[in-house]
Design a protein around this ligand. Structure first.
Ligand code: NAG
Ligand code: NAG
Ligand code: NAG
Ligand code: NAG
Ligand code: NAG
Ligand code: NAG
Ligand code: NAG
Ligand code: NAG
Ligand code: NAG
Length: 483
């Protein structure tokens, strides 16, 4: 790790930019080659060439004009300065990788809680390896991991105590009843920051994945970081490793910024989603690199009859400049738990490679709820098997109490400026019987590598397509210009 470099250089300077330009060149070349091979669609070729960089394209959105100036800034102000700053070492912590610091962290937070209404507090974690069980955060509080600081998750399941299931799930996601608490946890907080100089939180999740694999898991696994019912949350500039389960889980939260994170888990580690905003609004996720065994980002809002009853939607979600890989799952998924409704999601500048799907909508009978106004733009996919996938679940319900008549409403999904290189399968757009997905609009979408003989798989969907290659299914009527 080179700590001399500005932290974001890797994301905004050297990481995403060159691959974009390089890819566009490569892509232009491929497009031309493809067109020469399949030169029957002359209209397409003319449109496509005018769509290459350099063309006057007022319609392509603000990416080129504003560039990296678009940011989460409006969602969370400046990183607040706290009146009281202490170190975990002040609370008897020992960073030797062996001594348990569970009591030190809990004592530190109890102490710092007292400064919540006196200017706030910051707990520093210095360089070292700090083994700990689960601990809670407090309000007006910053957890700061200095360079070289590593928080290690305890290998004793009892150090991840059982807490109540989320009301919008009615049970643990994996097992009935309660669920293990997250390593870093908070409930009912305001103004919380989890940040640092790229320090690390390592959940040491292998123990949990083994329990999952060998089917001896008794309670649903804990997340690495979970915040419930909290407002004004910033999680930034850290590396998160080996979460037992979903890595960052804000649920029933508002005004959340997650920025400049590196999230890594082995590519086969089960359900190690990167970031899962759940029944939360005003969430901005930006400049993150994620490599894991499940979706990089999945937007959710509760499960079947429980999610419907609680009715807490996820709304106003931005996912921007996220890149990474997940071989069996998708770049950005919406659902499958979406019973409280999901609306107004903007995903832009997404770069995904070597993955099963690029963008994915997942729902099913029994879910109820809605998914409306979701837009994906400026998407680059490389070696992603299915670039666009809308699919039903596989009979995945919390219990027998689910209502087969509760179908989701899916309307207004916009996909534009997508390039997929070396995909193998045509898009799959499968809506739900008696609940067709409407207003599915694709513009300027170019999917290369798919053999001409594989048709799009569309069922119970309707919408529009313009400047889409290869030719989409008939359910997406061609339209001269998009609106
Ligand atoms: C991340 O770290 C950089 C470099 O130290 C700093 O300039 C920036 O303010 C930090 N951003 C956030 C959101 O914490
Ligand atoms: C943070 O650390 C991780 C793991 O060492 C590294 O991959 C990443 O590039 C670092 N991020 C920054 C911004 O330096
Ligand atoms: C947090 O700080 C704000 C502003 O100083 C204060 O109004 C609020 O009461 C504090 N919250 C808690 C829980 O201490
Ligand atoms: C942390 O908060 C949860 C509720 O969100 C509570 O059940 C648990 O006892 C708290 N843990 C500690 C150590 O205070
Ligand atoms: C399952 O995995 C756990 C954690 O590694 C281990 O303790 C346990 O012995 C394993 N059980 C079986 C039946 O393999
Ligand atoms: C949709 O979300 C964006 C950004 O999150 C926000 O600026 C806009 O106001 C939202 N629209 C509505 C109708 O809430
Ligand atoms: C729909 O989403 C777009 C951006 O994706 C946003 O600007 C607009 O406000 C949203 N409309 C509603 C009604 O939420
Ligand atoms: C079409 O998409 C490509 C790649 O995302 C982009 O470079 C180009 O500007 C877009 N064209 C138009 C007309 O928006
Ligand atoms: C796509 O596949 C071709 C042929 O196998 C290969 O030459 C090219 O490098 C691949 N491109 C990407 C972006 O994977």
């Amino acid at each position: 790790m080179n700590s001399e470099k500005p932290l974001f250089g890797v994301f905004t300077g050297t990481f995403i930019r060159p691959p974009w330009t390089l890819l566009l060149m490569l892509f232009g070349l491929l497009a031309i080659l493809t067109l020469q091979i399949f030169s029957t669609d002359a209209v397409f070729s003319v449109r496509w060439i005018t769509g290459l960089p350099g063309a006057d394209d007022g319609s392509s959105g603000p990416r080129d004009v504003l560039g990296d100036e678009r940011s989460c800034v409006g969602f969370f102000g400046a990183v607040p300065r706290r009146k009281v700053v202490m170190s975990i070492a002040d609370f008897g912590g020992v960073g030797d990788g062996r001594t348990s610091n569970t009591e030190s962290f809990r004592r530190a937070v109890r102490c710092m809680q007292g400064f919540g209404d006196k200017g706030g507090s910051q707990l520093n974690v210095p360089k070292g390896r700090w083994l700990t069980g689960s601990f809670n955060l407090t309000s007006n509080f910053t957890l700061f991991l200095e360079e070289g600081a590593v928080i290690l998750g305890s290998q004793d399941p009892k150090e991840w105590p059982i807490i109540a299931p989320l009301p919008s799930y009615g049970r643990g996601r994996e097992r009935l009843g309660g669920r293990h608490i997250s390593l870093v946890h908070g409930d009912g907080l305001t103004n919380v920051v989890i940040t640092g100089a790229n320090g690390t939180i390592d959940g040491q999740g292998k123990m949990w994945w083994d329990l999952w694999w060998n089917k001896t898991l008794e309670h649903t696994r804990g997340h690495l970081i979970e915040l419930l019912n909290s407002n004004n949350v910033l999680i930034s500039n850290l590396t998160l490793l080996n979460s037992p389960f979903w890595t960052i889980h804000p649920v029933y939260c508002s005004n959340v910024v997650i920025k400049g994170m590196t999230i890594l888990a082995p590519l086969n580690a089960p359900n190690t989603d990167g970031i899962d905003p759940d029944s939360s609004n005003n969430v901005c996720i930006e400049d993150c690199y994620i490599e894991s065994g499940d979706d990089l980002v999945a937007v959710k809002s509760g499960w079947d009859q429980y999610g419907i009853a609680i009715a807490r939607p996820s709304a106003n979600i931005i996912v921007r400049r996220v890149s990474g890989t997940t071989p069996t799952c998708s770049g950005v998924g919406i659902g499958s738990e979406m019973s409280g409704g999901i609306s107004n999601v903007t995903v832009e500048d997404l770069h995904v490679w070597d993955s099963a799907a690029g963008v994915r909508i997942k729902s099913d009978k029994g879910r109820g709820g809605y998914i409306v106004n979701v837009s994906f733009s400026n998407i680059i996919l490389e070696r992603v098997k299915i670039p666009i996938r809308f699919s039903r679940g596989s009979n995945d319900h919390p219990d027998e109490g689910w209502d087969p008549k509760a179908v989701p409403k899916v309307k207004g999904i916009f996909i534009s400026n997508m390039v997929s290189l070396n995909s193998t399968k045509a898009p799959v757009l499968e809506g739900i019987e008696d609940a067709s997905f409407e207003d599915i609009c694709l513009t300027n979408v170019t999917l290369l590598g798919i053999s001409q003989s594989t048709a799009w798989k569309c069922e119970f969907v309707s919408g529009f397509a313009s400047e889409v290659f290869p030719v989409p299914c008939a359910q997406l009527q061609h339209k001269g210009s998009s609106s």
